[in-house]
Design a protein around this ligand. Sequence first.
Ligand SMILES: CC(C)(COP(=O)(O)OP(=O)(O)OC[C@H]1O[C@@H](n2cnc3c(N)ncnc32)[C@H](O)[C@@H]1OP(=O)(O)O)[C@@H](O)C(=O)NCCC(=O)NCCS
Length: 151
Amino acid sequence: MSPKINPVKLTLKDLKHCIALDRISLNGIWNKQQWEEELINPNGLCIGIIKNSKLIGLCCGWIMIDEINITLLAIHPLNKRQGFGKILLSYFINLANNINVKIITLETKENNIPAQALFRSLKFRELAKRNKLYSDGSNAIVFQLKITEES
Ligand SMILES: CC(C)(COP(=O)(O)OP(=O)(O)OC[C@H]1O[C@@H](n2cnc3c(N)ncnc32)[C@H](O)[C@@H]1OP(=O)(O)O)[C@@H](O)C(=O)NCCC(=O)NCCS
């Protein structure tokens, strides 16, 4: 059963926690300045899950008119496979729907099976493959969700 937890919008006051979770979950894809910019970006949307006063999940995206590109999604390693990723991404989709976003895109490494399973479980469809998109030479799979069809 999914845990009863409501995601919250993240702001600059959450900066330290975002940096810490980014480091532990994704090896720090953004530095402090990038995180500051992300958290104050008027075209950005960043939400998180706080459990026992700790940030354990993060999902951020950039809004472009009626589309959002999800730039980051991470659950703390100690909290994986407990339903939090699904709660967070579902909440993000609902928020996007409420601001009239029609399309959500995101991409992940071709070998990231957990992420791909999560996206498919929420009706994202595979849109394209981008060869060697990542700095380690990995290919990317681009996923898309058309909200009007889905919700
Ligand atoms: C991908 C990620 C966000 C999933 O978060 P999570 O909280 O562990 O996922 P959930 O517990 O909500 O799982 C939801 C569904 O995703 C799929 N899933 C999640 N982890 C999986 C795994 N290890 N293997 C296979 N499927 C998996 C399953 O379909 C699962 O549903 P189920 O538990 O009913 O089978 C998490 O693994 C993570 O932070 N990974 C590192 C960062 C990352 O890869 N981010 C995405 C890149 S864009």
